[in-house]
Design a protein around this ligand. Structure first.
Ligand code: O7E
Length: 224
């Protein structure tokens, strides 16, 4: 499914018991609004450890055509290997993959040549992002403009970075932004700075009622 450029919530389905994940696949189908899910290495590891099929396959079975499924492999390898990882993710049901840009344009171009949506990490939510990654964020944003990048990742924990980078990218590029609650940002901070989506993991998965938590966060996003 297409990831639209409009306000929304991406639920990060990180490390959790397979049974819990299967329960999520039930209620996720019933959400009303612009939601997406993100699956990455933490859940891949849990599923492999338990001898189960890849979580993307389970997500595809239950959620295809209901909400976008993003594979967060933060891919960063040589072009040949990066494209192989992305290809497998798309084949297993990913509607978009997340990759790093610091490996260079050849890698990004190779993944884009698969013809499916790519989201590029431009700056990250941890404080260490300022040590190295932030120093090339502007260049990464400019690189996106010359390639067919659908969306970029910018930190909710540093809204000023969102504001600055947003000025450099094409208006059609969506911004997804993690760092809400567990990492210190408040719901709505990233949206007010110009992001399209907030990405939230623990504030949902650690809640007593994850579905209610997701719906409440979505409401806050819409009102921001
Ligand atoms: O802090 P949480 O629990 O809300 O989880 C945040 C999620 O966003 C988690 O899956 C983590 O891997 C991801 N993330 C960041 O926290 N910071 C970043 O800078 C980038 C990501 C990320 O996934 O990038 C793609 C959205």
């Amino acid at each position: 499914m297409e990831i639209k450029k409009e306000k929304g919530l991406i639920i990060a389905l990180d490390r959790m018991e397979p049974a819990v994940f299967f329960g999520y696949l039930g209620w996720l189908q019933t959400l009303k609004g612009n939601f997406a899910i993100k699956i990455g290495r933490p859940l891949e590891m849990v599923f492999a450890k338990n001898g189960l099929n890849h979580p993307l396959l389970h997500a595809r079975d239950k959620l295809k055509d209901k909400l976008p499924i993003i594979y967060d492999g933060k891919i960063a390898d040589i072009p040949f290997i990066s494209a192989q990882i992305a290809e497998d993710a798309y084949e297993m049901g990913a509607d978009a993959v997340i990759m790093h840009g610091f490996m260079g344009e050849d890698v990004v171009q190779e993944v884009i040549s698969l013809g499916k949506p790519v989201i590029l990490v431009v700056a990250m939510s941890n404080s260490g992002s300022t040590e190295y990654l932030d120093q090339v964020s502007k260049s990464l944003a400019w690189m996106c403009n010359g390639l067919e990048i659908e969306g970029i990742v910018l930190p909710a924990t540093r809204p000023v970075v969102i504001e600055k980078i947003k000025e450099l990218i094409l208006p059609s590029t969506f911004i997804i932004s993690p760092g809400i609650k567990a990492q210190g940002a408040q719901p709505g901070d990233a949206i007010r700075a110009g992001a399209d989506y907030e990405v939230v993991g623990r504030a949902i998965t650690g809640a007593n009622d994850p579905k209610a938590a997701a719906e409440a966060l979505y409401q806050q996003i819409l009102e921001s």
